[in-house]
Design a protein around this ligand. Structure first.
Ligand SMILES: Nc1ncnc2c1ncn2[C@@H]1O[C@H](COP(=O)(O)OP(=O)(O)OP(=O)(O)O)[C@@H](O)[C@H]1O
Length: 269
């Protein structure tokens, strides 16, 4: 599959999502936790933009802020030129957990519920839209099944169908495949890329897996550990081939960039 494409960035368009100088904090009873510090990045239409970094570097917190669940203490986040102040149907989140579906509703009802509750579509229209995306994730035969009758991978497919059916400006995915076994995880990555080939949706994808970032992303933002700061941004064509200039694979370069400080610390005792 050819994953490379000319992005809106290449064409000089304005970014779809513009994150500028964003510092995010949590205030607990005894502490002030700075999760990210002055983070900048821009996502363009049809990007598969990956946030990559070690545990605790603020990836999920950034996603929450783009979702509108958390306000920056510094900087701003703009979607289509408008500041994000609250959650909205233009940004839909897919999580890692298998229990994000309503257990008392069927696959189809789960997808329809999101459309109807948000006021996007009703009745027959909602049903048609739901079935369209359920077919896209190859679950048409299971449209009337309940979540407990599905495997973990199938539940994640329903969550993706539900997110895509909302046709948001940007799909936010927080380690959606992390809880799956290795084989299913690889299959789901392939399927997500196939879906992207079909519909060219924009996705902001969080992971701490370097191979997953290289495979899924066309652009990858590397974040340093706590508090998360931007280390680098890299392009990927999904192949992880050896780059003739550096003589290294992209995954090797990412590994070096992410862990160079630790290597230096060890070297200096
Ligand atoms: N609700 C919260 N209250 C206080 N601190 C929090 C809260 N959620 C996250 N944090 C802290 O903010 C920092 C960033 O957490 P976050 O979950 O965004 O990191 P992450 O990069 O997504 O990590 P992981 O890969 O482990 O999910 C961490 O130090 C974490 O302990």
């Amino acid at each position: 599959m050819n994953q490379s494409h000319i992005t809106a960035q290449d064409k000089g368009f304005a970014p779809l999502l513009d994150v500028r100088g964003v510092t995010l904090q949590y205030k607990t009873k005894d502490h002030l936790v700075t999760a990210t510090y002055r983070v900048d990045f821009q996502v363009y239409g049809s990007d598969r933009y990956v946030l990559l970094g070690p545990s605790g570097c603020g990836k999920s917190t950034l996603l929450k802020a783009v979702g509108g669940y958390l306000q920056p203490v510094e900087g701003e986040i703009m979607l289509k030129g408008k500041r994000i102040t609250k959650p909205g149907p233009d940004r839909v989140m897919v999580f890692q957990e298998f229990d994000q579906l309503l257990p008392w509703k069927t696959v189809k009802q789960n997808v329809m519920f999101a459309l109807e509750a948000s006021g996007k579509l009703r009745g027959r229209e909602a049903e048609d839209k739901a079935m369209h995306y359920i077919e896209k994730v190859n679950l048409a035969k299971f449209a009337d099944s309940y979540p407990h009758m599905l495997s973990g991978g199938m539940k994640q497919r329903v969550a993706i169908a539900r997110g895509m059916a909302m046709e948001p400006d940007i799909l936010l995915m927080d380690e959606p495949f992390a809880a799956l076994d290795a084989l299913t995880r690889r299959k789901m990555q392939e399927e997500l890329l196939q879906l992207w080939e079909d519909t060219r949706f924009t996705v902001l994808f969080v992971t701490h897996s370097i191979p997953e970032a290289v495979k899924i992303g066309n652009r990858i933002l590397l974040l340093s550990p706590h508090p998360g700061q931007v280390k680098a941004e890299l392009n990927s064509d999904g192949s992880d081939a050896v780059d003739p200039t550096s003589g290294k694979r992209l995954s090797e370069r990412i590994h070096e960039l992410l862990f160079a400080d630790q290597v230096e610390e060890v070297a200096h005792g």
